[in-house]
Design a protein around this ligand. Structure first.
Ligand code: OGA
Ligand code: NM2
Ligand code: ZN
Ligand code: ZN
Length: 408
């Protein structure tokens, strides 16, 4: 009995004294394994450690810039010895070429290669994951903000940008009757994306309309500017005057939700929409005195990013070129797929009607949007003012708000 107890005590002592330590070991020269007291292991490629040596010879801390091996990738310098320095809480690596590196434990942990750690970084720092939504969830995913709060409070600005990234749209209220509202919002984020339609543009029925949107006709579900390689990221639409006629209502569908439905329910159609290139074009001039333009961009309806996530939806019936430069059979099959895509998009579209002072903002890479037909009268002319901002600028602002102390 006593012998058993003693044995257990000795065992506990032995494991706790060794487990209090963090250990590091080399695995086949190719990896360095750091083991924590609780048994958790972090594994790093040796070449990556050498590539990211933080010493002042290899790294320029002030600009967060790697400065060694500029001409070629890091050569396979072998690690000779590794150890963990308990006092400095650092991994020390001595390399075969007599170079020495040390890495803070925190720094290493933030760069953990495990699936969970990588996913955490992508979700928290790269881009918040999109919450896809169908028509029935519209109420739950709609975020409302006061225009003045967005301009004045950083916390509200952050929530607004987060909603644009996650739900893909948001509604602001209480904006003044001022054509500069969209500019103020864009400049609160960063700056306006200027396009062939100017920096701030009027969406209203105009004589000699240079764009289909500048008519009173219905505007079918679309994304703006599929004919740009660098397509406008978000669309900021401020309602100055709304139509008193029954029309002029907004339509919107989550294009990523539609893409996801296609992938799940119609995989063959999905494959066509993801791969068959369509020519999107815009020929004309903006207004009477506007300079002529000829925009053209060739891309599928559904574009994916490097991680295989939905990156961009291209759809604008009025801007789809009659030149369909794909093989005959592919054109035939594509029309079937496109028809189903539009049918799902229509079925999932929500309708609402903004009022003067509302600003409707949405992700133009994701949301299909449109409006119903309206009738102006001499006393009532529908008038929206719009502007675009690029996602590079928005994500950057979002990250500076979320991580004001980010160092690397
Ligand atoms: C546009 C557009 C919506 C509206 O001009 O591209 O989508 O409500 N307008 O007029
Ligand atoms: N406007 C509103 O893609 C488009 O041409 C949609 C864009 C004219 C800037 C309309
Ligand atoms: Zn170094
Ligand atoms: Zn539009």
């Amino acid at each position: 009995m006593i012998g058993q107890l003693l044995a257990r005590q000795i065992q506990r002592y032995a494991s706790s004294s060794s487990s209090r330590r963090i250990t590091a070991r080399l695995q086949e020269q190719r990896y360095v394994e750091v083991t924590r007291p609780d048994g958790q292991q972090h594994k790093y490629p040796s070449i990556w450690l050498r590539d990211n040596c933080q010493c002042s010879e290899c790294f320029h801390a002030a600009t967060r810039a790697r400065k060694s091996h500029w001409e070629r990738g890091p050569l396979h310098v072998r690690a000779e010895r590794v150890r963990f320095d308990e006092k400095r809480q650092q991994l020390i690596v001595n390399w075969e070429d007599a170079h020495n590196s040390s890495y803070d434990l925190d720094w290493l942990q933030q760069r953990d290669f495990s699936v969970e750690a990588r996913q955490r970084y992508l979700n928290e720092v790269y881009k918040p994951p999109a919450q896809l939504w169908g028509k029935s969830q519209f109420g739950d995913v709609t975020h409302h903000f006061e225009y003045h709060d967005v301009l004045k409070q950083d916390a509200v600005l952050l929530d607004w940008l987060q909603a644009l990234a996650v739900q893909g749209f948001a509604l602001l209220h209480g904006a003044p009757h001022d054509e500069q509202v969209v500019r103020h919002l864009a400049e609160r984020i960063g700056y306006i994306k200027r396009t062939t339609y100017g920096d701030v543009f009027d969406v209203k029925s105009k004589p000699n309309a240079g764009n289909y949107a500048y008519l009173m006709t219905p505007l079918p579900l679309h994304t703006d500017m599929p004919y740009y390689e660098y397509k406008a990221g978000i669309n900021i639409l401020h309602t100055l005057a709304q139509s008193e006629s029954p029309g002029g209502a907004n339509l919107m569908t989550d294009g990523f939700y539609v893409a996801n439905t296609m992938r799940r329910d119609y995989p063959d159609y999905y494959e066509l929409l993801r791969s068959v290139p369509v020519n999107w074009f815009d020929i004309g001039h903006d207004g009477d005195a506007g300079k002529p333009f000829h925009s053209l961009w060739r891309a599928p309806v559904i574009s994916l990013d490097a991680d295989g996530q939905f990156a961009r939806i291209n759809q604008n019936t009025t801007k789809r070129d009659s030149r369909f430069t794909v093989p005959l059979e592919q054109a035939l099959a594509w029309y079937e797929a496109y028809d189903k895509f539009l049918q799902v998009a229509q079925a999932e579209a929500v309708e609402f009607k903004t009022r003067p002072g509302d600003v409707f903002v949405f992700n133009n890479l994701r949301m299909l949007h449109g409006r119903t037909a309206y009738e102006d009268s001499p006393q009532n002319k529908r008038h929206l003012v719009g502007a675009y901002v690029d996602w590079d600028i928005i994500y950057s602002k979002l990250r500076t708000l979320k991580f004001p102390d980010a160092k690397d």
